[in-house]
Design a protein. Structure first.
Length: 163
């Protein structure tokens, strides 16, 4: 069982993602309720069968003070789907400042993109417009719910709660 379960706070806001085992225990101990079962899957004991959870809601509100996304190299790569924003390759990735830091560019979500080493070297100390290179997607600050999605195991049952 390597499936993941979306955990909602009592107010239906997304809180985290946990394992099926942990979610089942929370439901079984009446600490949460099953909101949406996984399509057609069940968990079996010797004498009983239970629906496998896909989305659960906690019975008590949990205060989560900071729900922002940290600006890290891996998070920029994840936001950009692990592909170069200039040519689309997935090999030899690095970070690129849209406005070069040598020209006053900041280290922020809106100024960093994923680029391959080849495109980053080709762009050099220029902006994309000056270098004649177009970005596939404009850089943006992602939301917390975007990072709750696992790119490899995107669950359509979660869409109503993450949008």
């Amino acid at each position: 069982m390597n499936n993941r379960v979306l955990v909602l706070n009592q107010d239906d806001s997304p809180l985290m993602v946990c394992s099926v085992e942990r979610a089942f225990v929370l439901v079984y101990l009446n600490k949460s309720e099953l909101v949406r079962p996984a399509n057609g899957y069940r968990l079996h004991s010797i004498t009983q069968s239970f629906p496998m959870p896909s989305v659960i809601r906690l019975n008590r509100y949990v205060n989560a003070p900071y729900k922002g996304v940290s600006l890290t190299r891996q998070n920029v790569f994840k936001r950009d789907n692990f592909e170069c924003q200039y040519c689309g390759t997935r090999k030899d990735l690095t970070l690129d400042h849209v406005m070069p830091s040598s020209r006053g560019g900041t280290h922020t979500w809106t100024n960093l993109v994923t680029a391959c080493k080849r495109c980053n070297a080709r762009k050099g100390d220029f902006t994309p417009d000056e270098a004649g290179m177009m970005l596939h997607r404009k850089p943006y600050k992602p939301t917390y719910s975007l990072f709750l999605r696992d790119g490899n195991n995107a669950r359509t049952e979660w869409d109503d709660y993450l949008n």
